[in-house]
Write a protein that binds this ligand. Sequence first.
Ligand code: ZN
Length: 315
Amino acid sequence: MKQILFIEPVLKERIWGGTRLNEYGYDLPSDQTGECWAISAHPHGDCVVRNGLYSGKTLSSLWNDHRELFGLPDAKEFPLLIKIIDARTDLSVQVHPDDAYAAEHENGAFGKTECWYVLDCKDDATIVIGHNAKTKEEAEQLIREGRFRELIREIPVHKGDFFQIEPGVLHAIKGGTLILETQQNSDVTYRVYDYDRLENGKPRELHKEQSLAVMKCPFRPKLGKPVTYRVGAAQVDHLITCPYYSVEHITLYGSASFTAGKVFQNISIIDGQGAIDGVPVRKGDHLIIPAGYGIFELSGDLQVIRSSPCELMVK
Ligand code: ZN
């Protein structure tokens, strides 16, 4: 009988971080805690299972020794990384390469596609998604002349918003925003602009060449509303299916049954409390439903982000 894996997050200090991750019940290492690596097998933050048969094991060791839990027999690495990010101040503007560019220029690493679900934000919060240059030449000129404010596309953001960020799209989380990020398990990032800030008296390095090489010009915003459907007492908003992952937001008042099929699923409880197959869960819990687990029941008053890797990720 397969068991649901409760995952112990890894907390990370960041210069732009704050204290809001304690709203999720985590012990913070400092008042500048920026990231909760909630479900991760990455060497920079390898989460540990905290229940059952595999209690105390890292996710990477289960990936290596118990691949049957995940259902991706041919995949090289654990495919996804789930984070909660508390941006007290602005993060730098970044862009990620796609798989092809990263394979060629970053020692065979994967590129990065990521998506953001806005858990909370201040009233006048904004976010950077995309840019205003019509051509690569225009982007190059604006970057060369340091005219970043003209380059970046900054838009208002609201609680519950969702953004899919493809490789080549400039992006930044700005201060006062709390997001849940689902991403490819990759750390390849090119910094485009850091608001001319200094760290220890020096500006942080910018990666202008690489950024320009991977930036998509012009930027075209992806529009579209989530597809919403009902499962039992749950409203399910299907947010995205891309070649790397599917992500849903679930609002539940009561109970509803879901199914884990051939591949594993990630469950993050982002608000409320309840139970999964009778085991209590609350805001801040993150779990993995193993591949082939079959039907599981969520109950209570819960807001949940559910994600799974796409089988295309098998490489
Ligand atoms: Zn990013």
